[in-house]
Design a binder for this molecule. Sequence first.
Ligand code: NA7
Length: 547
Amino acid sequence: MPDTHVVAERPAQDQVATYDAIVIGAGISGMFMLYRLRELGMTARVFEAGTNVGGTWYWNRYPGARFDSESWTYGFSFSKELMQEWDWKEHFSPQPDTLEYLNHVADKFDLRRDMQFRSTVTAAHWDDAANQWTVTLESGQQAKSRFLCTAIGILSAHTLPAISGRDSFHGPAYHPARWPHTPVDFTGQRVGIIGTGATAIQAIPEIAKQAQQLTIFQRRPNWAAPLHNARISKEEMEQIKSHYEEIYAHCATTPMWFIHQADRRNTLEVPPDEREAFWEKLYAEPGFGIWLGNFRDIGVNEKANAAISEFIAGKIRQRVKDPKVAEKLIPKDHGFGARRVPLESGYFEAYNRDNVTLIDTLQDEPIERITPKGIRTTKQEYEFDVLIYATGFDGVTGAFDRIDIRGTNGLRLKDAWAESPRTYLGMLAEGFPNMLMVLGPHTARGNIPQAIEHSVEFQAGMLRFVQQHNYTRVETRPEQVGDWTRTVIKAAEKLLSSKVDSWQTGVNRNVEGRAVRRVLGYNGNGVHFRRTTDEVAKGGYKELMFR
Ligand code: NA7
């Protein structure tokens, strides 16, 4: 994207500018937060590490990157005009189109005027006497604000593999979340990729088409199901536009804010033939239906989960020609849906190509080290021209950990959350006044932009309340934080996903101290979450303390 738009000017180094609010991050969260702050008449500054807006869709430019959620439920819904003027081209938008959309939003609402790019926030310290935050950037520049809005995303702190020799490789090595801005040409290249999460599952079929040889180092396989993407015709888009209100209203009634609603029946109550037919239908349909529109007990009942897992395993066996490779691609340590289900477009068929090799690093050939030439396993050294570390993220709390955030009495957020995050609704943290989190830990997520809009609307309402009463400070009550933390932990207890290592349970062995599972999101029903926040707002925010 061109960086020629009007952007906020930097103040001279020795000036400390003061704003009503500072927003960290210019992704979907930060963009909408800025829009609402302006409406409230507040002065605001957005600091963003990248060179333009887009967040996740700015950084993740790897081949095959796209939505796994229906495009037409994934845009902003706050502006009817915006919804009517934007045409999604595909049911599951590819990254370049999504970034174009977000740039369109930034242009339309002239958002960049209050944004400063190439500005990584390294610290945010609360001054109790002044009721103010001081934010420090990597450059040393500082700014002050009454409110601090963290809009830093749940998957923004990317992690490289903690494998010895990692930096010794002579060729280019890329993490998908720091992909070059010009396309990488893999023609004639020997490519090695570590990781088989949602990112790799999107990238592998695309890279396989180009590379001379693609070698995939898989530690644990993931259950994946077909995306079934398609272009959206003009007529279809018109049809979608005329139904936006119903579509978004419908999403608001589902637990994860997607179009998919779980089937009310329990798996094993349904006769096997009928069950198979239902699963065949879901497997042939686009999107998350096979996961979120499945029988309601597949995520909590071991036997039900074993049945759907066996169905999906059968599909993998059908699609992958070499039975040994197929077996390696079938997860054995967790059931279908217990980790976020990656949606794929020809992923399993990629293993039928002559130029693709799967190395099972758990069962067959553990990686010993990365070498100047490539990757050495316990069996041999593989030589590569390019390496890709599709090794994921320090999810949810990782981006917070990378900023030195200090609240009252110098309390470090990282210490306060060492064992578990402690928040109220995932939006306010105990001991951190005037810090508002969009997509903070323990909030409801699901369909991310809808979660963002809901969260920003709640926070904007709260700020309006602050203005109306001439308050300067808002914070949580410890008892509310305790109650909410217990609610969140209880909601996760019965889920099979809580018993599996993943970024969602906070496990990332590439990061020190991240080997223990934690609950990082609110896994209850999104409908209940909306009700709870609406009641807090209607009741005059009695759960919060104002001064
Ligand atoms: P994921 O889903 O966390 O996947 C990361 C992958 O990298 C996963 O297969 C890991 O294996 C593997 N990994 C990580 N570290 C290593 C090391 N050191 N050695 C070998 N293999 C490793 O991240 P993604 O980027 O794919 O997707 C993140 C989310 O983005 C996704 O859920 C969507 O919501 C969008 P493991 O499974 O840990 O054995």
